[in-house]
Design a protein around this ligand. Structure first.
Ligand code: NAD
Length: 260
């Protein structure tokens, strides 16, 4: 058993730019020899994602649109993937969104529409994608699905608000999906990353304070990087993690263990 992903194919959802956690995962998987397929949301993202994908040492670059709020587009994208590569061995789901004004102040002010939007994009999307993968028998040799979560789904994190509630829903989905898909040897796990400065994170009120607190209080006294999250995803995608499913692994320099 080793960490080589030679001959294996993975779908990466959620690269926006080079700071994206999905990009950290892409680099780790690509270095291990994996073939990667990228999806992006909206035409604005396409150029960036293509440029980044082209910079990897891949034989072929496959980049496809997939707005996760559109069930027909999800089905089309994964049918296209099946037509192009036949089957996949894993998927990294690195997608979240909430209205900026609801990531500041009191959670109580969350609107019904904002609540639904955050849950649809940040939580339900994992279930929607997992179902399409199962229905198309895309992981017919088994596989590994990895999603990204955050401590704000387990504990109160100032200003994280509706996104924290959506992450709690995502965390529960990981367990139920692990149970549904286990009989097909498909594992489903989450990585709970410490705060990392990305496009999405910029939208959270007081994010700099969260970074500072983590650096001061985490047992390792530092922040974590996209590369560290990427290497944990590599482990979860590999056979070394073959006994792990329904699990959340914290990659946060130990911050989640700290009490008062
Ligand atoms: P990012 O902004 O780089 O990535 C978020 C991605 O979500 C983008 O690529 C965006 O295009 C995509 N997205 C949004 N709406 C979409 C839609 N309708 N359809 C398809 N894609 C859509 O930010 P990131 O921090 O790398 O976020 C990736 C994941 O990591 C998210 O789930 C986030 O909650 C999680 N996470 C981030 C941190 C952090 O501190 N940055 C910590 C823990 C977990």
């Amino acid at each position: 058993m080793n960490l080589s992903l030679e001959g294996k194919t993975y779908v990466i959802m959620g690269v926006a730019n080079k700071r994206s956690i999905a990009w950290g995962i892409s680099q780790s998987l690509s270095k291990a020899g994996a073939k990667l397929i990228f999806t992006y949301a909206g035409e604005r993202m396409e150029k960036n994602v293509r440029q980044l994908a082209d910079s990897l040492d891949q034989e072929e670059t496959i980049v496809l649109p997939c707005d996760i709020t559109d069930d027909a587009e999800i089905e089309k994208t994964f049918q296209d993937i099946k037509d192009k590569v036949g089957h996949i061995d894993g998927l990294a789901h690195c997608i979240a969104f909430a209205n900026k004004e609801e990531l500041d102040g009191d959670y109580l002010n969350t609107t019904r529409d904002g609540f639904m939007l955050a849950h649809s994009i940040s939580s339900y999307s994992l279930t929607a994608v997992a179902k399409v993968i199962r229905d198309l028998d895309l992981m017919k040799e088994g596989g590994s699905i990895v999603t990204m979560t955050y401590l704000g789904g387990e504990r109160i994190v100032k200003n994280y608000n509706v996104m924290g509630v959506a992450k709690a829903s995502l965390d529960a989905s990981v367990q139920y999906l692990a149970n549904d898909l286990g009989k097909e040897s498909i594992r489903v796990n989450a990585i709970s990353a410490g705060p990392i400065r990305t496009l999405s994170a910029k939208g959270i009120g007081g994010f700099n304070d969260v970074l500072q607190e983590m650096e001061e209080k985490a047992p390792l006294n530092r922040l974590v990087t996209q590369e560290e999250v990427g290497d944990t995803a590599l482990f979860l995608m590999s056979d070394l993690a073959r006994g792990i499913t329904g699990e959340t692994i914290h990659v946060d320099a130990g911050y989640n263990k700290v009490g008062l």
